[in-house]
Design a protein around this ligand. Sequence first.
Ligand code: S3P
Length: 424
Amino acid sequence: MSGELSLDFRGQGPLRGRTRVPGDKSISHRALLLGGLAEGTSTVTGLGDGDDIVRTRLALEMMGIEFSGDQIHGGRSRLREPERPLDMGNSGTGTRLLAGVLSSLPFLSVLIGDHSIHRRPMDRIAVPLREMGARIDGRDNGRLAPLVIRGGELHGIDYTPPMASAQVKSAILLAGLAANGETVIREAIATRRHTEEMMLLAGAAISTTPGPTDYVVRLAASELSPFSLDVPGDPSQAAFFVVAASLVAGSEVTVENVYVGPGRAGFLDVLLRMGADITLHECGPNAADILVRSAPLHATEIAGIEIPSLIDEVPILAVAAACAEGTTTIRDARELRVKESDRIATITSELGALGAIVRPTEDGLIIEGTGLSPRGAVHSHGVHRSAMARAIASLVGDATLTVHGFEAVSTSWPTFSRDLGALQ
Ligand code: S3P
């Protein structure tokens, strides 16, 4: 795909039809890692096909795990010391979750990635993994990638992460699978639960006391059994089409088979609060077809315990807020500053370039619903969600918008433009 995309959807009319989005990225990473650890052959269909997922699969292949079609031929005993550094590209989830697995393996490994990965904080996983017994070093006193991990015998810990992060919880749980004694994680605000759900599926001795606050996970060392899984669609990707269909008058779109389980569907609650016309039709465990019709939106407040459940949807929710009546405030979202880019800064500058009035705060954004006038050229800054949010913004405009660096979408959704075009 070329690095520049000119988007000209003037007069293209409403979005209509049924569509699908790529398999959920969070579930796909975990399916590969747990399938790699489970002794035997697991079958996983519907994996996401973005670069992040490819990197996790390649890393496992470099350590001896074999893949054939939808099958993963896994087993802890198959895993070998990789000869070369494992290059995780742009993937924070892949890097941090794999670090958890590597901490429990009796060999040396090196995790590298692109320039964004080498700037993102890794101490959030390195600190608890070291506490469990892993030896982890890296740049800046072990805080930044490349990470050098010498794994081995671990012991369980009782840990309260200082930030709401499913990646931190998952890295510790993946290490805890092979740790002596119990691993306990206490979350002040519950984050997405894919790791817990999928470890249960693979027969791990894991239990949870659910609740939006004081959520506790307990895990004992476990050998995993092979499992079968069909990965549902990614709600973070569905959000782009849900917002697009809400904003473009006369639209009616169904996004099929989307994961709407705990910790991921916050963006739907927010859009419903804003007046969106959204109906869910359950189509499987924690999965639904999402029917959305265009509707006028009004402002809302987004804060507190719902933030982790929509942290990746803020760029597209900001587009919705700019087109809604009134002033939308987003608070308690400091984590946005340590994503692929500082999302508070990029949303402010990029939405500003599209004509919105946006004020950044330390932990969020204030967005005036004065509408967008996308025209001219903007840049994705290599961030997939920025590129896609710009594309959706262009739908509400009356001019051509050029997005430089549009190839960033390949991180999570290589066929995004084609799939959007098919709804027009
Ligand atoms: C993810 C957790 C979130 C999210 C990321 C995927 C996961 O990150 O932003 O895209 O799969 O666990 P944090 O855990 O850092 O909040």
